[in-house]
Design a protein around this ligand. Sequence first.
Ligand code: HEM
Ligand SMILES: N[C@@H](CC(=O)c1ccccc1NC=O)C(=O)O
Length: 284
Amino acid sequence: MAVEENTRPLEAGIVTDFSQRMNYGSYLALDELLSLQRPVSEPVHHDELLFIIQHQTSELWMKLLLHEIRSARDLLKSDDIGTVLKRIARVKHIQEVLTQQWSVLATLTPTEYAEFRDFLANSSGFQSHQYRAVEFILGNKNEKMLSVFDSDPASQQILRELLEEPSLYDEFLRYLSRQGFDIPASALERDVTKAYVFNPELVPVFKGIYEASGDNWRVYEACEELVDLEDNFQFWRFRHLRTVQRTIGMKRGTGGSTGVDFLQRALSLTFFPELFAVRTEIGA
Ligand code: HEM
Ligand SMILES: N[C@@H](CC(=O)c1ccccc1NC=O)C(=O)O
């Protein structure tokens, strides 16, 4: 059989009979995955598919983000800092993808969005349980957020567990204590169900680590990884805010908040305050 010009001939070994074998689509449950984009606008607005896919892909990456951060937190309990660093390296790449992805949604103009926004009713990203789980495990705990999930007990239960468990940073401080660093009891015995708040007693501990980085290389590296992670989180929040601003201006959110003003306030939150405070104390 003659091979057509500018085509790649299939090799003899290429498998084509999947009647009895697992294939790509069945492994990945593609039939289900690709049937889950269900626009609600009537008549269906061209851009609603973009809106749905932007959110669904974000949720998939957040699923992995949570999986990796949870694992990093649990590995700290067994003092396996090497694997923790590997987990955080991956977390940072996922965050970069999530932040880059905003440029796709930024092609949605305010006019186009206004044409289907009403169909979204009161649904909002504020109700994303995976996003809230990531915030909680990073230490931004807030029990009041649980009420949003009253009608979704399974998600509410996961959030309640994360609220009650130590955060990634709580476990990092406990790890440092086990490694011989002088972590004050006020940090080790804090109420982990509350949002983490700045503890000035920790700054000298980090100052010691940063000034003798060569003696504590892994710990020093871990501190810098956490700083990167927080920076990346803020970059995502900032891109979200700017996308919201260019799409709905100063309108209230569908979730009931003031919108841009509400999101702006999240930019002053911090997960690892002492790791930023220590910078003021370093050098001259
Ligand atoms: C045109 C696109 C978007 C607009 C206009 C928008 C708007 C808003 C607004 C106004 C809020 C505040 C809560 C409210 O009252 O609704 C919010 C929260 C939120 N949105 Fe979006 N959003 C957009 C896209 C996205 C995307 C793609 C994601 C990705 C998952 C997302 C995730 C979130 C999350 C997680 C929150 C809660 C933030 C927090 O608690 O600080 N949003 N959004
Ligand atoms: N809060 C947005 C609506 C919105 O963006 C949204 C709606 C449903 C599901 C996810 C959303 N994304 C982020 O908030 C708004 O006020 O227009």
